[in-house]
Each structure stands twice: as structure tokens, then as C-alpha cells.
Design a binder for this molecule. Structure first.
Ligand code: BG6
Length: 494
């Protein structure tokens, strides 16, 4: 057993235990944790869904998921045998009270044991499930519940869900998961900002011209049309992952890594976001929907065609200019952009510093001396580069020539020995859940502050009642996204 493993955690119950998320992410993550000795010996994993399944059929389903989503090199039979022995199953209809009696019987540990209920179901069921667990007497003081995003579709529905869950669990027992917070490079942002004294004096409106956050994906909606069509890029990506990245870039230094110290600072950022309204949305938000095009070298169908030709006003791309109204960030644009069927998969944060105040180089105005830029790449590679101006080597008759060069730090190379494989973001977060550490989980006030801001944009779109702008699959979104940055004299980082 690994030294970081608590020895009293007993059981991990997954609602939605036969679903896509469980198969793609949850079982592979638990398998890796087990293989590397992070799970206590007596720890069991109970999958639960409506489907009736015998224990061995459930184990076969998990095995198949591992064969599909874990690279062959990491699947080994001894590890699988140990993992399989932990797996049990209980069929349950989340809304039927009598099914919770069967669940109580199937649980390996009593209500007072340390256990986790992971809800990977539709968010509309979260309140019911927690209420039923409570009524069945299954929630003890050491139980915790994990909620997957999205928590609702707007502020009102998220409040309802949070209130219903809050009647069964207290806030300290509720872990709202945003898997971006489990990514190595996202956690590294905290180290970069708060373990280096170098950046802080410049990390404000006096030193920074603007910030860009891009999360682009080459995939389309991957068979998740019915969920995605209700959600769209704004709710699926901006409300959670992108706003969390923005918080980590923009927050004040917390006094410590104490869970509430961190989350207090993040929520202040969310509450300082300048509201986007019907009057301002046209100027600062662009939404798009992909049509047919070419993606990854092959022709790709448009969004509507993927849904059998059904027309939809759901956006698969959104770009926006956000502002943070506080002393540190007043006047600094934060450009946020995400889309499906983009030319490449890329998650990056660009910190564009200010121009030099005056140029001493003949023939070059201050704005022609390229400003320093910090590029933090999270996906697919993990690296950080700082663009600095340098003298162009050689001699010239008309003064010194300059060129930008990058100071590069490849995290992939630097960590190669210490980290033989890239972890699934859920692995780290599971360990935090097991260790009862909510620092990297989203507090209720954070989710609600994020929704309050997103609701302004949704309302503006509803008022405008126009369709998303089309873009070809495999392009960087509608042309209006380029104009969005150009209007303020900026361009998207290529
Ligand atoms: C999920 C979204 O939360 O994040 C998906 O629902 C998206 O639509 C995914 O594809 C992106 O996650 P990652 O880790 O692949 O960047």
C-alpha cells in the first residue's frame, strides 16, 4: 500500500455505473490507483445503474472498459485480478425508494464507515438520489458525495440541486468535481504563480495587456448529441473548465492552500466578472456552430447533419471578451474561446505583457518591439514558454536588429523520469476525495457565481434570438471571433 493511502476508506459507490463517464474515466482511474497501491486493502467499488447485471457480468463490463480506455502496456493480469475482486454491482432505479433497501444490503460497510457516493447520472437526479440515500439511513458523518458537472443548466436549477443535495449532506461532505482541476498543468498554475516571486509584481493591469484562454477540440459531439444539444459550448465548457482556469490566473494569492482560503479567492474573481448583458453581448460574445468541413484530414459532417438533419440553435463554439472589475484587473481583456471541430486540440493560456514604454531602437516604435508573452500550454503538450526580445545576431549598418526568442520549459521532458505516464485527471481528484481534501473541488458559491454570470450571456442570446454563426469543421470558428479581438487591437495567438 502506498504511504499516502488512508487505511480506513471503505467503499466507493458509482451511480451511473454502466455509463460512458464511468467506463471512460472512472474505472480506469480507480484501476490505476489500485495498481499503484493507492487504494486501501479493504476498499470495494460498487457500480449501480438501472440495468440488472450479475456481478460477473459487471466485472466483464469493467474489464472491457479497461481494455478500451487503458493502453495495453498498463493492463496487467495480477493488477486486474486484485481490482476485479473489489467490484460489486447493485441494480437500482434512482427514483424507487425500495431499491435503496437493496443497495443498503449490497453495501460492504455500514452507514458510519468512510464511503463515497459518486453521482455520474443526469444532474436532475442528484437531489432525488441524495434524498433517498438519506431516507434509507445510508449517510453517516463520514460519507461524502461527488457531483459531476453540469450542476444544473442555469443559476435557478443549480440552486435547486445544491439545496436538495445540501439537505442530505453538509457542504464539507460535497465534492463538486471539475476534472480540469485535476490536470497536472492546471495545478502547476498555482505553483507557477505562487512559488515564484518573479511574476507577481507584473501580474496586474499595469504589467499585463491582455489574457487569452483557448480550449479547442478536434472532436465533434461524439454521440453525446442529446446532452450537448441542451447544453452547448457555453454551459459545457465555459461555465466550468474555462472559468476555473480564469480564476486560477486572476485570483489574489490565498493565504495558504487551505480549501476555503483557495476557494474564497476564486469566488471573488467570479463575482468581479463584468456582467454581459443584451446591450453588450453583440460586442463581446460570438457563438458559432460547425457545418461540414475537413477535420483530421477526413471530411466531417456538420452539427445538424450529425443529428440526422435536425436544426438546432446550439452553439459548438464560443468566443468572448470578459472583464474583471477589480483593482488588479480593471481594463484588462480576458479573451476566452472554446469550440468543437477546431483544426487542433489545444488548451493554452496566453499572458500578454505590456509593450515597453519607449523604444531606444532606431526605426522601431515601442509597439513594434514585440511585447513579452508567457504561453502556458496544458494540452496536448505540457509546456511553458516565455517570449523575450533579443538582439538578432550579426552586424548591420543601421542599428541593432531585434527578434523574439522563447525561453522554453517542457514539462513533459522535465517530468519524464518522475512521471512515466500522464495521469487521468480523475486519479488525483479521487485521491483527494479519499483523503477528504476538498481544495480542488468547487464550492457551492463558486458554481452559483459562475452560473449567475453565464445566465447573463444566455439571456442576451435569448433576447437577440439569432442563430449561431456557421463555421466550417476544421476551422478556428466564425470570422466574427477574429473581429472580436481586433476591435480592441489584439489577435488570437496562433
Ligand atoms: C467535458 C465536456 O467536461 O470536457 C466535453 O463535457 C469535453 O464536451 C471535455 O470534450 C474536454 O475535456 P479534456 O480533458 O479532453 O480537455
Amino acid at each position: 500500500m502506498n504511504a499516502d493511502t488512508p487505511d480506513d476508506m471503505c467503499e466507493f459507490v458509482i451511480f451511473g455505473g454502466t455509463g460512458d463517464l464511468a467506463r471512460r474515466m472512472l474505472y480506469p482511474s480507480l484501476y490505476f490507483l489500485d495498481k499503484e497501491g493507492f487504494l486501501p486493502p479493504e476498499f470495494s467499488i460498487l457500480g449501480s445503474a438501472r440495468q440488472a447485471l450479475a456481478a460477473d457480468a459487471f466485472q466483464a463490463l469493467v474489464r472491457e472498459a479497461l481494455e478500451t480506455f487503458v493502453p495495453d502496456a498498463h493492463l496487467d493480469e495480477a493488477a486486474w485480478d486484485r481490482f476485479r475482486a473489489r467490484l460489486t454491482y447493485c441494480a437500482l432505479d434512482a427514483q424507487k425508494p425500495e431499491d435503496y433497501a437493496s443497495l443498503a444490503e449490497a453495501l460492504a460497510c455500514g452507514p458510519d464507515a468512510d464511503k463515497v457516493f459518486f453521482l455520474a447520472t443526469k444532474p436532475g437526479l442528484y437531489g432525488d438520489i441524495c434524498g433517498q440515500l438519506s431516507a434509507a439511513g445510508l449517510i453517516g458523518p463520514r460519507a461524502r458525495v461527488v457531483l459531476e458537472k453540469p450542476i444544473g443548466v442555469d443559476l435557478a436549477s443549480s440552486r435547486q440541486i445544491n439545496a436538495a443535495v445540501g439537505r442530505a449532506f453538509n457542504e464539507r461532505q460535497i465534492f463538486r468535481i471539475d476534472h480540469y482541476l485535476g490536470k497536472e498543468t492546471v495545478q502547476n498554475l498555482i505553483a507557477l504563480r505562487f512559488a515564484n516571486a518573479l511574476f507577481e509584481p507584473l501580474w496586474n493591469a499595469r504589467g499585463i495587456d491582455h489574457v487569452q484562454i483557448t480550449v479547442s477540440e478536434t472532436v465533434g459531439v461524439e454521440g453525446r448529441w442529446s446532452y450537448y444539444n441542451e447544453s452547448g459550448a457555453l454551459r459545457d465548457m465555459v461555465q466550468n473548465h474555462i472559468l476555473q482556469l480564469l480564476c486560477l490566473v486572476a485570483m489574489e494569492p490565498p493565504a495558504s492552500l487551505d480549501p476555503d482560503a483557495m476557494r474564497d479567492e476564486k469566488v471573488k474573481v467570479l463575482r468581479s466578472l463584468a456582467p454581459i448583458t443584451t446591450a453588450t453581448a453583440r460586442d463581446c460574445v460570438v457563438r458559432g456552430q460547425y457545418g461540414e468541413g475537413v477535420s483530421g484530414g477526413a471530411s466531417a459532417a456538420g452539427y445538424a447533419e450529425e443529428a440526422g438533419g435536425e436544426e438546432s440553435a446550439t452553439e459548438t463554439f464560443v468566443a468572448l471578451r470578459a472583464g474583471i472589475e477589480n483593482w488588479r484587473w480593471a481594463g484588462v481583456p480576458f479573451y476566452l474561446r472554446t469550440g468543437k471541430r477546431m483544426p487542433e486540440r489545444r488548451t493554452e493560456i496566453i499572458i500578454q505583457f505590456k509593450d515597453v514604454p519607449h523604444s531606444i531602437f532606431s526605426g522601431l516604435a515601442a509597439r513594434d518591439v514585440a511585447a513579452n508573452k508567457l504561453v502556458i500550454r496544458l494540452q496536448p503538450q505540457e509546456d511553458i514558454s516565455l517570449l523575450l526580445m533579443n538582439k538578432k545576431p550579426g552586424i548591420s549598418g543601421n542599428g541593432m536588429r531585434l527578434q523574439p526568442l522563447a525561453l522554453n520549459l517542457s514539462l513533459t521532458d522535465a517530468f519524464q523520469k518522475q512521471r512515466p505516464r500522464r495521469r487521468i485527471a480523475y486519479e488525483r481528484l479521487f485521491l483527494d476525495i479519499i483523503n477528504n481534501d476538498p481544495t480542488q473541488f468547487v464550492r457551492r458559491d463558486e458554481v452559483e457565481a459562475a452560473w449567475a454570470w453565464i445566465d447573463g450571456i444566455s439571456a442576451a442570446w435569448a433576447d437577440a434570438d439569432d442563430a449561431p454563426e456557421p463555421y466550417a469543421a476544421g476551422s478556428w470558428g466564425p470570422a466574427a471571433s477574429v473581429r472580436l479581438t481586433e476591435r480592441s487591437g489584439h489577435t488570437w495567438h496562433a
